[in-house]
Write a protein of this length. Structure first.
Length: 340
């Protein structure tokens, strides 16, 4: 089985007087009521998750839910009050300052909502800056920066300054800069939220294109469920510092654990999210075998074919083997009862 790249175990981040002593006094797991009554603020509460090679793990929640604090704990930009974080088997909480600096320089890439470009440096020098910090010579770092700028669609803009670029172009520079060190793990904190909707969509497409090239392990923070289902392999939903549910978008839609999660998925067009395999029934004796649909096809895409038949339609796997059936009633349930 593939080993996780990042492991987070029972992370707490509490703000207040002597938070470690407070945690110990309450057996390491105080309730929300006890925290509030004692005047402590728990930005992250007992959070655990794992991220695997090449996985895009989206962390989402309302403002103040703890998602940014959790990611900063995972990168040790913030030191957790309690818990464990392992990066490629290395305990970040036991790592020295020198080891942390080296990990961030060589293994981690970060992109934040604020582009944080250096205004007095050109696009080329902004992208090359992390390599300059590493001590890479000028010719080599500029050559590498030019390659990355071409990948993100900014060839020809090397000599521009940030003020001469659009918001979307500035964000591409930020993405290019974070990729310059060829990180193993990429942390993105609402990277597209400041962009106009059309540019945001373009940047999501660009992000997915780059992921197909680089196959990074990615933590992607957003509060937008539409964005989450576009980019995520799995989604962690946070509320008041807790991870309340972690799973694929389909799992969240089909089996929300509480009303907080239901609120997130309420307006999602589930017909464009759920696949035939996620809602099919067992193979039916009266299935129409003249046509078949694949388990991976979206309900929205197969609805017309299924609705044209009075009997269930056969569902097959990637090898063409019969694995189930999909009826008109099942399609209607997804599209009309759950919303389109």
């Amino acid at each position: 089985m593939t080993e996780p790249v990042v492991v987070c175990q029972n992370i707490w981040k509490i703000f207040g007087a002597a938070p470690k002593r407070f945690l110990a006094k309450h057996d390491g797991c105080p309730s929300a009521e006890v925290l509030a009554q004692s005047g402590y603020i728990a930005a992250v509460r007992n959070a655990s998750l794992e991220a695997y090679p090449g996985e895009i793990l989206v962390i989402m929640g309302l403002s103040g839910s703890g998602k940014s604090t959790l990611v900063r704990c995972l990168s040790r930009l913030i030191t957790p009050t309690a818990g464990k974080v392992f990066f490629q088997g290395i305990s970040l909480l036991e790592a020295s300052d020198r080891e942390l600096v080296e990990l961030r320089r060589h293994k981690m890439g970060m992109v934040f909502q604020n582009f944080a470009l250096l205004p007095h440096r050109t696009v080329l020098d902004n992208v090359a800056f992390p390599l300059e910090i590493q001590g890479v010579d000028r010719a080599k770092r500029h050559a590498q920066a030019r390659e990355i700028l071409e990948l993100v669609g900014l060839k020809g803009r090397e000599g521009y300054y940030p003020r001469e670029l659009s918001g979307g172009q500035q964000q591409r520079v930020g993405i290019a800069r974070s990729l310059a060190v060829e990180p193993d793990v990429w942390f993105l904190d609402e990277p597209f939220s400041a962009l106009d909707p059309l540019i945001r969509r373009e940047m999501q497409d660009e992000f997915l294109r780059l992921q197909n090239i680089f196959h990074k392990t990615i933590f992607f923070i957003t509060h937008d469920f539409d964005e989450a289902i576009r980019v995520a392999d799995r989604i962690a939903i946070m509320n008041e510092g807790e991870i309340v549910q972690l799973g694929t978008a389909e799992e969240l839609v089909l089996n929300p654990v509480n009303n907080y999660v239901r609120e997130f998925i309420r307006d999602i067009p589930v017909g464009k999210l759920l696949t035939a395999g996620s809602v099919m029934g067992a193979p039916a004796s009266n299935s129409d075998n003249r046509i078949s649909i694949k388990t991976t096809e979206l309900i929205f895409d197969v609805a017309a074919r299924v609705l044209d038949h009075d009997v269930p339609v056969s569902v097959v796997d990637e090898n063409g083997r019969l694995v189930g059936s999909l009826s008109r009633d099942q399609v209607v349930e997804v599209i009309f009862s759950r919303g389109t």
